[in-house]
Ligand binder design. Sequence first.
Ligand code: FES
Length: 118
Amino acid sequence: MNKEWTVGSLIPGREATRLQPKQPNRSAEEKKLPAPMIEWKQKERSCSVPVTSGVTLLDAALRQGCTIDYKCRKGTCGRCAVEVMSGETFLSSKNEAERKKLGAAPRRLACQAVIREK
Ligand code: FES
């Protein structure tokens, strides 16, 4: 006789319940969400950079190997102006140099916009 023993199989009138193997706990690594990104566009070029706290958007772009136009790195020439497509909440508020150069335009100066954690 080939009998499979299950919980309840020995109790008369009770439906047998198969023992389910415990699901292994997923490690914290597996549960990790994808890293948040900031996507920007300058002229016809676009690029995404990971959220790295304390780094300017320009430096993050250069680290990422993105092609980005820039010159002074001081917020005066305006050549690094980008349109942020997503992830703007990870950027510092506009500073004085950005407000002076861009006014209320929805663009940012990549050399002045500092990435921060939410
Ligand atoms: S590089 Fe000149 S304003 Fe950013």
